[in-house]
Design a protein around this ligand. Structure first.
Ligand SMILES: Cc1ncc(COP(=O)(O)O)c(C=O)c1O
Length: 435
């Protein structure tokens, strides 16, 4: 990074500092330099919108003014040819509106709360990357539970030079360890970056309602002590909760207006929620108590500028597809049906483990209540040996992460689940006998 900060970035920074607002102080060095190039090609193109002759943007149009696209491509997508044009860097406006509306529907406690418009990202990984750009700098510590999606290392450590500052995810009683989280937030230094992912990958754990109270109170105490806390919420698996007493809403509802020293950054999207992994549509949304509309626009501009500088803009086809899907009268029913499939598998697993108390000699079930995954901890043998034994002797594939065996029941038919657990038990017993 060199050279003076661009005047458009200076302008956005001024907005974020207005009236003594702490928002500017959440930004990383890269985040302070981020801006949306509103006076460049995109801005000039926007000004020419509706002009009789528009020779601005590098797309192509037929002689009749419709997008110039291959008919075979149109047949394939069943979308209007406008879907082949560029999307704005901040995303398709109608999709952003629909997603914002859906955030209110899925999180009723957001009613009356203020937050930014979602900015479209190339699904959640890119949303996390955008959040990293804006808030995570060289040598920053990223506070997160010790059971986490391994891609955070590539994203934040390799990508931005940060280090992961882990706390134990669970208490001995199996609750979320908010006290350990708070201790990290209270360590020296003013700027804190916290990353929370519910439903969690790999554990499939979502904060219970009492966890959420404890987490919110801890973050509030840190903010009251003067810490500037950016809370990055990775809500990739939002909505897939299978137990009572577990948060059905995002923690965003509690953090959106918690304290001016707290900036909530919500990453979510279609990938896992809507079972469209390859479509690549996600969102980044900001909320902080007391932030003005103009300050939200400034944060959106910084996010859109980061999109512009990374992937330029996200797939319009993906966004148009999702827009059509969200407006489809069958969407809600079909989504409920797919949830029921995953919920049934979760309930099968619970029943299966209850029916086989002897499995408790081979592995411990980690706390889980949601999502695509659950974890077991093998007893007396290491997880990697179990994984290899499962492949070689039982034709069963699992993932080992942080010494645990992660089971993606999202990918296993209901009827195969009893065999999956019987195989894990048999593999552990086999290894123990030969130890
Ligand atoms: C916790 C978590 N966050 C984000 C992602 C990335 O999602 P996407 O495919 O939308 O980039 C994943 C994917 O596995 C994940 O498990």
């Amino acid at each position: 990074m060199s050279g003076p900060v661009h005047e458009l970035a200076e302008k956005l920074n001024g907005v974020l500092q207005a009236d003594g607002s702490p928002l500017f102080r959440f930004l990383s060095a890269k985040g302070q330099r981020a801006f949306f190039p509103s006076t460049g090609i995109l801005g000039q193109g926007a000004q020419a919108k509706g002009a009789a002759i528009n020779a601005t943007i590098g797309t192509a149009f037929e002689e009749d003014g419709t997008p110039l696209s291959l008919e075979c491509a149109e047949r394939l997508t069943a979308l209007p040819s406008t879907a082949f044009l560029y999307s704005p860097s901040s995303g398709v406006a109608a999709l952003r509106d629909v997603w914002r509306e859906m955030l209110f529907e899925k999180n009723p406690s957001l009613k009356g709360k203020r937050f930014s418009h979602p900015v479209v990202t190339h699904a959640l990984t890119h949303g996390l990357f955008v959040a990293g750009h804006l808030f995570v700098g060289e040598d920053d510590a990223l506070i997160l539970p010790n059971l986490y999606w391994d891609n955070y290392e590539l994203l934040f450590c390799e990508g931005y030079g940060a280090r992961l500052d882990l706390f134990p995810m669970f208490t001995a009683a199996g609750a979320f360890n908010a006290a350990a989280m708070e201790a990290k937030l209270m360590e020296s230094g003013e700027r804190k970056i916290l990353l929370l992912n519910f439903p969690n990958n790999p554990t499939g754990y979502t904060a219970t309602e009492s966890d959420a109270v404890a987490i919110t109170a801890s973050i509030r105490r840190a903010a009251e002590a003067g810490k500037k806390v950016v809370v990055i919420l990775d809500d990739a698996y939002f909505g897939l909760v299978y137990e009572e007493g577990v948060c059905r809403e995002s923690l965003f509802v509690h953090l959106a207006d918690l304290h001016p020293n707290v900036l909530a950054v919500k990453l979510d999207g279609a990938t896992k929620e809507d079972y469209v992994w390859g479509v690549r549509v996600g969102f980044i949304t900001f909320a902080s108590q007391g932030a003005t509309d103009e300050q939200y626009r400034a944060l959106e501009a910084k996010a859109a500028g980061t999109v512009r500088g990374t992937v330029s803009n996200c797939s319009n086809i993906g966004q148009q597809m999702m827009l059509k899907i969200y407006r489809d009268p069958d969407y809600v029913t079909q989504k409920r049906e797919k949830y029921a499939i995953l919920n049934r598998r979760y309930q099968t697993i619970k029943r299966e483990l209850a029916a086989h108390p002897e499995y408790a000699e081979s592995f411990t079930r980690m706390p889980s209540n949601s999502g695509y995954f659950m974890c077991v901890k093998p007893i007396g043998v290491d997880a990697e040996s179990v994984r290899r034994c499962l492949i070689e002797r039982f034709s069963t594939g699992v993932i080992v992460l942080n010494g645990l065996i992660r089971l993606a029941f999202s990918s296993v038919p209901n009827a195969a689940l009893p065999t999956l657990f019987a195989n894990i038990d048999a593999a552990v017993r086999y290894l123990k006998e030969r130890a």
